[in-house]
Design a protein. Structure first.
Length: 470
């Protein structure tokens, strides 16, 4: 790809009968070129009867109708899943490049309600950007689309109408923090629930044999805590699953995520959830527990690796016994100390999600090529950090200005300073919705091939550490 006034992306060129379709870079930005009009596309007529179609959700849907390999799929069994989050809408070509010689199912469209709010994009545009990126690269091997961390039925329905086929239910607002309560308060809440006699009959004094874990039994205390903690979350998940089953008749993947809870998910809590969603006929395809240790954005995991391995293997054993379904690692970017533990397991047992790493990789390109502009982003990140961090589990404090000055001669080094990396990670919304946002996308477009190669290298490093790429 070159920087000519009009340049065709060679891997995108496709023929439909007498019509040629290709992605072209023009002075006004990327567009689809159709040598003759096709049904469903909207655009301007060009010379010789051709059409120039903007990269809109409508044209993405039309493209996927004509080229079915651009329609999102469900995750196949037996292979690992990997989520390539893209907060800019520019990263899919680099994500596809990272897939070379990799063995996994890629989720190329992955974004949450929270990210949509902060970036100003909707699920339709997120999926469109992934479709256009895959088409640009000539990618035909299949991909997923994950509407992540859904907290409302309305958002789940919106994503379903847009064509998503994976839905991550986040019932965190319905989880009761029993660990912070006095025993008396927990007991009162338990009595107020409508199903204690059934729970006691179904789960107390029973053996649950699980390969790899042996026999599990609930004590009365364990059962009471699990019921109080998760009863509301299970009800919400069942409602969301039922709504989606009405809207997505072709089937879908459904993940339940409790990873943003304050306390680690115990094996007994997972067992209770697994038994309950089976009773409720909620078809779980993956589960994101809250793992032990410190799982913060933009940084490697911190904690006891032996304890993490024990929890991971216990969760996988329960998922195999009562599913099977995958165990999902959220905030998976940069968690290099954990990747070998996942690589030890059958790849069909797990799914890893990344998001901010692709945004930070883009900032790395700008730090090299557009240092003055990167300094503007850094200034806004410093201004917005303490407000924007509130939605995330972040422990960093911004360092003194003197420390930043010491890094100013090596701006790329700022991206690897833990506090500044987290500041840049969580302030993406403030940057993208400020006047800097349009310039950020434009400048990365000017350095498109470098951004593609940087993503190929960085995400390839993630995949290799997970044992998914040679």
């Amino acid at each position: 790809m070159t920087g000519d006034c009009k340049s065709v992306y060679p891997r995108s060129v496709q023929r439909l009968g007498q019509t040629t379709v290709a992605m072209v870079r023009t002075p006004q930005g990327k567009k689809l070129f159709l040598s003759s009009p096709l049904e469903g596309f909207d655009g301007e007529r060009g010379g010789s009867g051709g059409m120039w179609a903007p990269l809109t959700p409508q044209n993405a849907r039309a493209l996927a109708r004509w080229f079915p390999w651009l329609v999102p799929n469900r995750q196949p069994s037996g292979v690992a899943g990997f989520g390539f989050g893209d907060r800019l809408g520019l990263a899919t070509p680099g994500h596809v490049a990272a897939l070379e010689e990799a063995r996994l199912f890629p989720v190329l469209a992955q974004q949450s309600e929270r990210e949509n709010t902060r970036t100003g994009r909707g699920f339709a545009q997120v999926l469109a950007d992934a479709i256009f990126g895959a088409f640009q690269e000539g990618y035909r091997a299949g991909f997923g689309a994950d509407a992540d961390h859904l907290k409302t039925l309305e958002a789940a329905g919106e994503a379903a109408l847009c064509g998503f086929r994976m839905f991550t239910c986040d019932p965190s607002e319905h989880i009761v923090p029993v660990e912070d309560m006095a025993p008396g308060e927990v007991a009162e809440r338990y009595k107020a629930l409508s199903k204690p006699p059934r729970w006691e009959k179904d789960y107390l004094n029973r053996d649950f044999s699980i390969e790899g874990l042996g026999v599990m039994r609930f004590t009365e205390e364990q059962l009471v805590l699990a019921c109080v903690k998760y009863a509301g979350a299970l009800s919400f998940a069942a409602h969301m699953f039922g709504r989606l089953r009405e809207q997505v008749p072709g089937g879908f993947d459904f993940e339940l995520s409790v990873d943003e809870s304050a306390w680690p998910t115990t094996p007994h809590e997972h067992l209770f959830l697994a038994l309950e969603w089976r009773r409720l006929e909620v078809g779980i395809t993956s589960f994101a527990p809250r793992f032990p240790g410190v799982m913060e954005k933009g940084l490697d995991w911190q904690g006891d690796l032996a304890a993490f391995r024990s929890h991971l293997r216990a969760h996988c054993a329960i998922a195999t016994a009562f599913g099977p379904y995958r165990i999902s690692l959220h905030s998976g970017s940069d968690k290099f100390s954990l990747y070998p533990l996942f690589a030890e397991l059958d790849p069909g047992l797990w799914h890893v999600k990344t998001a901010g790493v692709s945004y930070l990789t883009g900032l790395g390109v700008l730090a090299r090529r557009e240092p003055e502009f990167f300094r503007e982003i850094l200034g806004l990140a410093a201004e917005r950090f303490y407000e924007d961090r509130q939605a995330y589990q972040i422990s960093s404090e911004l360092p003194q200005v003197e420390e930043l000055k010491a890094l100013s001669s090596n701006l790329e080094g700022v991206l690897f300073h833990p506090s500044w990396r987290q500041a840049l990670h969580v302030t993406y919304g403030s940057v993208l919705q400020s006047p800097l946002g349009a310039d950020l996308r434009r400048l990365l477009g000017c350095h498109e091939e470098e951004y593609r190669q940087a993503l190929q290298s960085e995400l390839g490093r993630h995949l290799q550490a997970l044992g998914l790429r040679v």
